[in-house]
Ligand binder design. Structure first.
Ligand SMILES: [Zn+2]
Length: 108
């Protein structure tokens, strides 16, 4: 369970962590990026507060999310070219995790 999920469980309001100093103490010292692979999210819409939410996932297709690359979540069409290139989609979790590792180690 990641720290953000843990916080969700505790009921912290969305957005409270913005402006918080990141803690990279357990991360690669040369990378401030925290990319991760996940099943491709689909069916995007915005909730009442303007946050992207997806209604479905494709269990056979993977994407890589990295907020430090400027990925603000939401459909890939709304992302920068750099984010699009990293997002994928990838045909397997292994390929997606390879791409995430490359980003973590210094980017594309
Ligand atoms: Zn990144």
């Amino acid at each position: 369970m990641g720290w953000r999920e843990s916080l969700d469980t505790l009921g912290f309001p969305d957005g409270w962590w913005f402006g918080r100093q990141p803690d990279y103490s357990d991360k690669h010292p040369n990378s401030g990026h925290h990319p991760y692979a996940r099943p491709l999210h689909m069916g995007w819409s915005k909730d009442a507060r303007g946050h992207w939410v997806s209604s479905s996932e494709d269990a056979n297709t993977w994407e890589v999310i990295c907020e430090e690359c400027g990925d603000r979540d939401g459909p890939v069409e709304t992302q920068s070219d750099k984010v699009k290139a990293r997002r994928g989609p990838y045909s397997s979790k292994e390929l997606a995790e390879d791409a995430a590792t490359r980003d973590f180690n210094g980017g594309l």
